[in-house]
Design a protein around this ligand. Structure first.
Ligand code: 5AD
Ligand code: SF4
Length: 447
């Protein structure tokens, strides 16, 4: 019933945001480089990495039920896996995790996972290892080169957050804002394209806070980086997420009218439509300022699909303030959105604010908000019916001969036809549902 001496197979399970998906892929590459193979589908792995999310309580608690399940399955099979907890719960809770879940032998934070091989070696000798250091940018240099990726790949360009929204753990778990150097990013983008990516999504907690200097030593902002990445000849599409209203620049707005490869999609969280709540959240923008920004984006790119994040039930939120969020949603008409009940997080200022809102009230508000958001998402999808657009084929659909891809507006589109994964094909959007559209294949746009 002990850990396998040295693991032969691994499984990485990522929760939460796309940054974690990126980190999970990088950890998998690192483990593969150590000669550890991905566990075959349906088989228990010798080493399981739980790449966790701490953003809301429910996400954070999930890790413990997962550990319990892994241990139970391991006992049934007569062999417990070696368990590593990575990601933001690891950063926030550190060694406490092992006190609560002794089957965990490694705890590794999001800035330290390049040290996993060494930790595995120690764990193989029966030692427990914790590493929640935050060495600036050391992780990326220590990771292996990327070899094989899907047609749509993530590239982390910026990490951490200095905004300190009063509800949010990210500034504590991911640390201060850092921008990866320009030349490293271009090199990684080139490698991704060489490894099969036709679309790159630039990632950051505040992706548009990225700053750097180009090869000529000139200071450039996020728009300069996007334009440089767009010059890679074989790259067809660029996306980015998540951006913050405070870091929007004139150049960033303008690039949506200038860079053909930049897809017409903007995820710009607002959180609330109430100025009082926004101020208490320390959001550094008000509702009118946010709407004005969106108008400016739409002026350069009228078909821009908009998406946002919302929190209902922030401490002190009244029914009238919540109604202001609904009014903002009605004004914007989002193509997609993410909405959450406020979850008090340990150590954040909002957790100890007066006026915590009752669960039933939050549930009611969330249901009403989501009804509005779902209505708008369906309306957005319906408005694209009859249009012809390019779809990047990402995977096989459920039925034989069926494929699933993404429209420029990040809609899931399924269709039948003779294509391969990674193709960009012309598709007529024929029928719209709330979460996907059915398309008719017209022609293959790329070979
Ligand atoms: N409670 C609920 N939602 C939260 N978010 C961040 N912190 C919390 C919290 N404590 C949401 C915000 C953010 C998204 C990533 O998660 O909407 O934009
Ligand atoms: Fe959290 Fe606010 Fe930073 Fe976003 S901007 S990561 S919500 S603190």
């Amino acid at each position: 019933m002990t850990n396998p001496a040295s693991p032969k197979t691994y499984r990485v399970k990522s929760f939460g945001c796309q940054m974690n998906v990126y980190d999970g892929e990088r950890m998998a590459e690192l483990l593969a480089q150590q000669g550890i193979a991905p566990a075959p589908e349906g088989e228990e792995a010798d080493l399981v990495v739980l790449n966790t999310c701490h953003i809301r309580e429910k996400a954070a608690e999930k890790v413990y039920s997962d550990i319990g399940r892994l241990v139970k399955a391991g006992r049934a099979a007569g062999r417990e896996p070696m368990i590593a907890v990575a990601g933001c719960v690891a950063q926030a809770e550190g060694e406490e995790i092992m006190a609560r879940a002794p089957s965990v032998s490694m705890v590794v934070g999001p800035q330290a996972y390049h040290r996993l091989p060494d930790m595995i070696e120690r764990a193989s000798r029966g030692e427990h290892a914790t590493d929640t250091d935050m060495p600036e940018d050391a992780k990326f240099a220590a990771l292996p080169k990327r070899r094989k990726v899907g047609p749509s790949a993530f590239l982390t360009i910026q990490e951490g957050c200095d905004k300190f929204c009063t509800y949010c753990v990210v500034p504590y778990t991911r640390g201060a804002e850092i921008s990866r150097p320009f030349s490293d990013l271009l090199r990684e983008a080139e490698t991704l394209v060489a490894a099969g990516a036709v679309e790159i999504t630039l990632l950051g907690q505040n992706v548009n806070a990225w700053t750097g200097t180009d090869d000529a030593g000139r200071d450039i902002g996020f728009d300069g980086l996007v334009k440089a990445v767009a010059k890679l000849p074989e790259l067809q599409r660029i996306r980015y997420t998540t951006s913050h209203p405070m870091d929007v620049t004139d150049g960033m707005i303008a690039m949506h009218g200038e860079v053909d490869k930049l897809m017409p999609y903007l995820h710009l969280p607002v959180q609330s439509g109430s100025n009082r709540v926004l101020k208490a959240m320390n959001r550094s923008h008000d509702a009118a300022g946010y709407l004005k920004l969106l108008d400016r984006f739409r002026a350069v790119r009228p078909d821009l699909a908009l998406s946002g994040d919302f929190i209902v039930g922030f401490p002190g939120e009244t029914e009238a303030e919540f109604a202001e969020t609904l009014a903002l949603v009605d004004a914007v008409k989002y193509a997609a959105a993410f909405s959450f009940k406020y979850s008090p997080r340990p150590g954040t200022p909002a957790a100890s604010m007066d006026g915590q809102v009752a669960q039933e009230v939050m549930e009611d508000r969330l249901a009403r908000l989501q009804a509005s958001l779902n209505r708008d998402q369906l309306a957005f999808n319906q408005a694209t019916v009859g249009r012809t657009c390019e779809v990047l084929v990402e995977r096989k659909g459920k039925l034989p001969g069926q494929w699933l891809g993404k429209s420029p507006w990040l809609q899931s589109v399924w269709f039948a036809g003779d294509v391969v994964i990674g193709d960009i094909v012309r598709v007529e959007l024929a029928e719209a549902g709330p979460n996907s559209l059915e398309g008719r294949l017209l022609e293959r746009a790329t070979a």
